[in-house]
Design a protein around this ligand. Sequence first.
Ligand code: ZN
Length: 611
Amino acid sequence: MSSDGPTLNDDSFASAKTGGTHGHGHTHRHGGGPAHSHPLTAGQEAHVRGRRWAEHDRDPDLLHEHDHPHEHDDAHEEVRGGHDFALPTLPDAVDVFDTTLRDGSQQEGLSLTVDDKLRVAEQLDHLGVTFIEGGWPGANPKDAEFFARAPKELDLSRATLVAFGSTRRAGVRAEDDETLRHLVEAQTEAVCIVAKSSEMHVVDALRTTLDEAVAMVADSVAFLRANDLRVFLDAEHFFDGFRANAAFTLRILQAAEEAGAETLVLCDTNGGTLPYDVERIVTTVLDRFETQVGVHFHNDSGCAVANSLAGVSVGATHVQGCVNGYGERAGNADLAAVVPDLSLKLKVTTIPADRLALLTPVAHHISELVNIAPNPQQPFVGASVFAHKAGLHTSAIARRSDAYEHISPGLVGNGTRFVVSEMAGRSTLAMKAEELGLDLDSAAMTSVLDSLKRLEYEGYHFEVADGSLELLLRDSTGWRQSFFELESYRVIADQGEDLSTEATVKLTVDGERVVATAEGNGPVNALDGALRAAIGGSYPALEGVHLVDYRVRVLDSAKGTGSVTRVLIDSTDGDRTWTTIGVSENIIAASWQALSDSVVYGLLHATPGRA
Ligand SMILES: [Zn+2]
């Protein structure tokens, strides 16, 4: 790969070159251009401050090797807390733009109803993002319904809803273009329109001329501005396009700037760009344009978060992505990592500081809404990312909490966990008990250690079943769950016209004997239904507890059907997620055990005082 600058012999470059030079003639967004009626976002303010500094400092000439910012002496060259190197181009604040409801929904297997979309938007607003991209009105009935219902049903406290669309089609007047009409009809304050900014895509995909592609941008932005909309230009395939024909990609941006776009969003649509190239290319754009610059990265090279940080580090003040990194192929930049990296490490304002601790619960809530199990290893918010296993490591962390944690987990609403297995020593177990607020005396400790060793030998795996482990520890203190007392359960699978499964549970709750029956699509589902039918009336909190995953593993498969089955159930109440375990030669018995632990754990934490 060549790291040479863009090719500049293209004639069209001359026109692209005027943007960003000192005293250029055209009007622009900040500093003399037509004022927008809305207040500036934090990222835009940072952008304006950045421009004032940049205008007298940056060399606009692309032919020159870009001056490294470190070489300039400037008032901005303060070392910020959190990192010990100077980044003079780092902005004070960025706008956070979440596209879960548009780009994120492109993920294979991710499908949201309109209700789901409204609830995801509420969570994003709760977290405090600046912009929520809601979808593509006119592209499908679902998104049209979303934008119709949003004004009535969404009470956004902080975020601005954005509708997505594209520029006018080739050869059609903006006034006559259906996509643009849908955007205006969506009645959002802001819109984001995609424009092809790579020569190859214009020629091969759109099959039109470069001049027409530029005109499509100019006309569409002007049309939307004339309809009083704030316009973000989403420059598709920007980085690939820039490498192939920089002059053309810059003409696209210039057309958008001149027509009044508020933000130029540089997209790495194929996700193949690496951070060093991001720094180089984003810097080039910032040198040449007055308008706010944003970045949008896909994760195909595993660099979406790093690329977002690279873009911001050289001065981009608008960053797009999805909480949890949803999206087609390898996904979009994970905002659950971008936001804390910027806020905590680089001290760049993203979401309001007091909402950072909502990151983990919101990320988990959204994964529940989109019905995709959270990744335990997801940086910052994953269930395992502040978990410490037995041994040296655990005793070290007991002495110094920062010994093996890159941040204090509470900052992002996560928590330290001590993972306990049969390898655990007394000190690990003591820490786990302390974490749970349990007081285990020496005799209880010995009994738990003995039980752990025996149960793990039988096939239990408490390292992955925090819920069942907590119940085991509580048992050792003499605690017994008092939510219900099981008498018996029964499951019948009936192969009639369809295969149906029916479960009956007999138990005592609140001193009363209850018999409840439910059907399900399988034994666990049927047992869950019967248990809920039996005790749900006594415990309304159970409605908020859901099973999210069920895994079965046959241990010692050499024995065939005589082998032992291990069942793991993941559950959530929207805030916390827990795993429970059952082991038996009988899959129904193993399932019941994991299920009943799951419900007991959920009720225990939903009803303080029962612990
Ligand atoms: Zn994208």
